[in-house]
Write a protein that binds this ligand. Structure first.
Ligand code: ADP
Ligand code: MG
Length: 688
């Protein structure tokens, strides 16, 4: 290929090497194994949906040009003995007309579109018919940009290039260990690459896809695991060997209820991890209300029993405040001093706290981002908990690491369940614990979808709940782009609610308020002085008011599934039956409607997360944006290839456990491949 065209390929598709070209896979395939009859087109079209691309075999008749200059077009009739269609060209009219002839058999390939009760095909691929052409099998279709099209690059051009390349490359070095290739009966890499571009059969295509997906996921896992392993070897970790009086006292005398089985199991996992002598980096997933705070507290008690301090960081002031209340009332009973450190802590208080941290007097610190500021220095920080971790960036998390010479154990908690396969990919170097059981006696929140025309009924229902002494949340969306408009909606909503419920006090809270005002409004609701809270999603995270039994979500169609799930989690926290009402003011359809229906059908956060991933794709999942890891996958699909991810991870783990630095002779190829694949990428080793 000449340098000019090579430049286009590099600029438009980033293809600069043989490797790039080989790994630029078709994005879909067309079946050219069959020749259709024109008489059958109508029946094909009746199946609904789009007409497929297909092949016809026949002859041209009656070429005719119309129009002038740029408007010039060429029409032809194409017939095959069962009927005829119209074929149209708008470009290169002259060249095409000269190259095509009547009385000669052609195969044309394209997408028929119905037009005036006939079919027509625009710019089909045309080949003079040669025997055997009927079964060209599957043909890959490659992405082409407009700019490439203007330089007369087509999908076919790419196919031709790959074909030439594959024919000259006699051997592609296979980086996978032979035992893995044998175990899965993989196609050799060369054959897999050939089959993904030029599949002879559907079966071969599938085998090629399997192999190449595995490759991609295997090296991704190998890379993640290698980093976490080398990190834990390099940095070591604190060994929390014993369970002491704080933990035991708490467990036997303070704990207000028996732990659920899942809580016990998770605490055991954490204990084993912290006792192993390497630094713990653990993700704790548990649905809203599953009791993660208690697990965090008991984990922190273990740190204190081993002579260290602990801290827990929350994303909002309100949440930090609530944690502080829960944790200080429980921890004080076993004689531990707890401090609260946030942006609104007064200067004087802060100085006292800083001193208490430095001399080790304060055992547990609850806080917001204020915790990771440089002037916060601990005597011996041994354990850091991060609540609602998806709200924090990577750098913020890594700052906690540096609060002690030997990095503290880290437990990150999330109530936004991430499907296992996604967690393995995004947080591949974290160990994962799951609380998959709610404390006993919880009744699932009853969820309904209502349209605007039912508004009065909905209000009457809320009224009946308030009359019984319950409280209600009413939530409005607030989305960045139209912030002003949203705020007006919110304020209007607030006015309407006050008019509708004149006997009750309504509080009002949104993200743009001053923290002190937010705090004040929140407190009104927590103490039961206000019965209705009109709010934006600032209440999404963590707030705990067991007496609230109604969650009304306005414009529910504007929220993502996991956000809806989080909001719903604010109710159903007490003994009373709770309700979530999703309001939508328009007749919604398609995936939007489906999304809301999912909410009415299940309260299982993991089911919702899987569905969310299916609907939005893994790149858009909440919890992944800030992970710092781009989804640079060519062929594997995190939503669909769960089993392959698991297998690839297990295999990678086995290799890394045996040879953490990949220096054994049999692993040299793997090390080289990783170097090749990831040398340009960022250093992931600091992501916790
Ligand atoms: P989340 O996992 O959403 O952070 P919390 O830790 O806030 O959940 O717990 C929700 C509620 O459940 C709290 O009021 C807490 O006291 C209560 N809780 C936690 N564990 C148990 C348990 N084992 N039995 C009964 N209630 C529990
Ligand atoms: Mg919580």
């Amino acid at each position: 290929m000449g340098p000019k065209r090579a430049e286009v390929l590099a600029q438009e598709l980033g293809i600069r090497s043989y490797y790039d070209l080989l790994y630029h896979f078709p994005f879909r395939y067309i079946d050219r194994s069959k020749i259709h009859k024109i008489a059958d087109l109508r029946r094909l079209g009746e199946n609904g949906g789009d007409m497929p691309y297909l092949q016809l075999k026949g002859q041209f008749a009656a070429f005719a040009t119309h129009g002038e200059g740029a408007r010039r077009r060429l029409n032809a009739l194409f017939y095959d003995g069962t009927g005829s269609i119209d074929v149209v060209w708008f470009n290169k009219v002259k060249i095409i007309q000269e190259s095509l002839h009547t009385g000669v058999e052609y195969i044309i390939f394209g997408k028929p579109t119905p037009y005036n009760s006939r079919y027509s095909m625009t710019h089909p691929e045309v080949d003079a018919y040669k025997p055997g052409m009927e079964s060209q099998g599957l043909t890959g279709v490659y992405n082409i940009t407009d700019k490439m099209r203007n330089r007369s690059f087509t999908s076919r051009t790419i196919k031709q290039l790959v074909q030439n390349l594959l024919a000259t490359l006699r051997h592609v070095d296979d980086p996978l260990p032979p035992d893995i290739i044998a175990q899965y009966r993989f196609l050799p890499l060369h054959d897999a690459l050939a089959a993904i571009h030029l599949p002879p059969t559907v079966q071969m295509l599938q085998r090629a896809q399997f192999r190449l997906k595995y490759d991609e996921l295997f090296f991704l896992q190998l890379n993640l695991l290698r980093y976490s392993k080398s990190r834990s070897i390099k940095l070591g970790g604190l060994r929390f060997a014993h369970v002491g009086e704080h933990f035991n006292n708490f467990y036997h005398h303070v704990l207000p209820f028996p732990l659920t089985g899942a809580q016990k199991r998770v605490i055991k996992e954490i204990r084993a991890d912290m006792g192993s002598g390497r630094q713990m980096n653990r993700l704790l997933q548990g649905d809203v209300g599953s009791g993660k705070t208690l697990v965090a507290l008991m984990t922190m008690l273990l740190a204190i029993d081993n002579g260290y301090q602990a801290c827990i960081m929350a994303p909002t002031e309100i949440l930090a405040q609530q944690h502080y209340e829960t944790i200080s009332s429980l921890a004080s009973k076993v004689g531990i001093k707890v401090a609260l450190l946030t942006g609104s802590t007064s200067k004087k208080e802060r100085e006292t706290i800083h001193a208490g941290l430095l001399n080790g007097e304060i055992g547990i610190t609850v806080g917001t981002h204020a915790l990771i500021e440089d002037n916060v220095v601990f005597a011996r920080l041994g354990m850091a908990v991060i609540d609602e971790q998806h709200r924090f960036g990577v750098e913020q998390r890594s700052k906690l690491w540096h609060k002690n010479t030997v990095p503290p154990h880290v437990l990150v908690m999330t109530a936004t369940p991430i499907p296992r396969t996604l967690a393995m990919t995004v947080y591949g170097d974290l160990d994962v614990s799951v609380i998959d059981e709610l404390p006993p006696g919880r009744k699932p929140v009853q969820t309904v979808l209502r349209y605007d025309n039912h508004r009065q009924q909905v209000y009457r229902f809320i009224y009946s709940q308030l009359k019984e002494g319950r409280q209600a949340y009413i939530v409005y969306p607030l989305i960045q782009e139209s912030e002003k408009l949203d705020l007006r909606n919110l304020e209007e909503g607030y006015d309407i609610i006050r008019e509708t419920f004149p006997d009750y006090r309504v509080c009002f809270i949104h993200g743009k308020m001053k923290p002190s005002e937010k705090e004040h409004q929140m407190q009104l609701f927590v103490e039961g002085k206000a019965q209705i809270m009109v709010a934006t999603t600032v209440i999404e995270v963590g707030v705990n008011v067991p007496n609230a039994t109604v969650m009304l979500i306005e414009n529910a169609e504007r929220f993502g599934l996991s956000q809806l799930h989080q909001l719903r989690g604010r109710v159903g926290r007490g003994a009373d039956r709770s309700y979530c009402i999703l309001m939508s003011h328009m007749k919604i359809a398609g995936t939007t409607r489906h999304r809301l229906e999912v909410m009415t059908q299940t309260t299982d956060g993991f089911v919702i997360a899987e569905e969310d991933m299916r609907l939005r794709g893994p790149g858009d999942m909440e919890g992944t944006q800030q992970s710092g890891i781009a989804f640079n996958l060519h062929i594997a699909d995190i939503a669909k290839d769960g089993q392959i991810i698991q297998a690839a991870r297990d295999d990678a783990m086995r290799i890394i456990d045996d040879d953490p630095t990949l220096t054994k002779p049999q692993n040299m190829k793997l090390a080289r491949q990783l170097q090749f694949l990831y040398s340009r990428n960022q250093d992931w080793s600091r992501i916790s």
